[in-house]
Design a protein around this ligand. Sequence first.
Ligand SMILES: [Zn+2]
Length: 561
Amino acid sequence: MRLTLIVVVALLLGLVVPVPQSSAADIVFKNGNVYTVDPKTPRAQAIAVTKDRIVFVGSNADAQKLVGPKTRVVDLKGNTVLPGFADAHQHLSGVGFREMNLNLEGTTSLEDFLAKVKARVAQAKPGEWVTGRGWIETHWKPPVFPTRWDLDKVAPNNPVILGRADGHGSVANSAALNLGGINKNTPNPFGGEISKDKQSGEPNGMLLDSAQGLVRRRIPPTSPADAERAVVLGVKRNIELGWTQIQDAGGSYNEVELFRKLYGEGKIKLRIYKAVHGPGPSATRLLNEGATIGAFDNRFTFRTIKVVSDGALGSRGAALLDPYSDASDTSGFLTVKAEELRPMLVDALRKGIQVETHAIGDRANRFILDEYEAAFKAVPASERKVADPRWRVEHAQIVNPADIPRFAKLGIIPSMQPSHAIGDLHFAPSRLGVPRLDGSYAWETFIKSGVVIAGGSDAPVERGEPMIEFYAAVARKDQKGFSGEGWHPEEAVSRDDALKMFTLWPAYAAFEEKLRGSIEVGKLADFTILSADIMTIPAPEILKTRCTMTVINGEIVYEGS
Ligand SMILES: [Zn+2]
């Protein structure tokens, strides 16, 4: 009554009518350079948010009508606003542990690598384990794998195991190999390889894929406090970089429980879309207990099993149809047994559990497409809890061109990481030979075939920075602007598609495209705000662009200086 009176009086006096708080927004973001990824209104200046939802997208003038006495108005000063970036393939704990353990990223030679290890060993107590990861020998001059004997020189007494950046290989010193019970006569475990010195037949320290477990299981378990610290560190780093969701590609139930605990305590604002490894006990438990969807204010969903079907290209563990071009005695190996996989796939389809499978080589990709297809035939849509299961292939890196159309035909989503292509371009041509690069990292061919690509970083395998991923997708050159001959520049994607790869398409791959992934009224208010307009600036400048603000569920969770 009183309000009406004020309005009437105000109208009579010709004053500006204040917006009553009841129809006002909680927050209005104005003066933004907004790209919405919504074809109906692709560009805007302002966004209004109430609670966790977008209530308005449009001009500054119209947004003003939603500013009430309690509305917070944020002046974006022309910065670029994008739908909240999502990393469709990341290992969150690994990102945190990278900050906590010996980080060997960026080492330039074997000597440089050994110097860093030596410095770390000097700080360790006698007999204490030294662990770390991040080295890539193909970046070294000369590009040689480190050996146990190299490590023994700088670490004679402490067991040491150091993972290659891709996580598919590690080098261990003699003390660690001894603790793992590995000697000349130890057979290769299934899905792994103990590299041997060609002359003496002695293990040379390099352990590939499942062989790493022989040593790693001797490392004392991570304390709950360290596991928690890693997650909190990983979450902080992600939010500062502008990620609003990460899709956590594997892990165990321990992590699921840790995430739930930390969400409950309000320590995680980031959205996490979680998977656990399978086949095995974690996958069986998920199949029995069922999915969790949209817990903790839509921040946490757990509905996916991660399968690993081969190794990686760098360590020649990726399963190829034909032998490696630079090692004719091997074509890599599969790391999962079809007879263990099949019943799990059928069960997952019946129960509405998503499956995502790591497949790098063309043999692994064909294998998993065949297995998915067989499961789809065995369980028709009418017998599935989720008719369109949106199963995924993680990496889909080297795919025989004949297999690319099968993704669209079967409704399978390739989940790809642009940074892999700009790192691998230095060694993939020698591993594969130029003809096999046709169908490798084939983003544009995939998009034209009618699928969406869920874009990710695979951190800590790669840096895990959205600007590196976006740049890699549109430039398809390394960070210095180099790309080798035959590296298929036509597979680079448009900026519009690159934007979808990190917003709407990962949302689709998580069954969330109606909830998030674009800036539209009714959707969750997730924004990534950048210092420059990455949709128009020259590609090298994308790498210099910073995240200035991250918004999740309508809350500013990070603000840069
Ligand atoms: Zn991964």
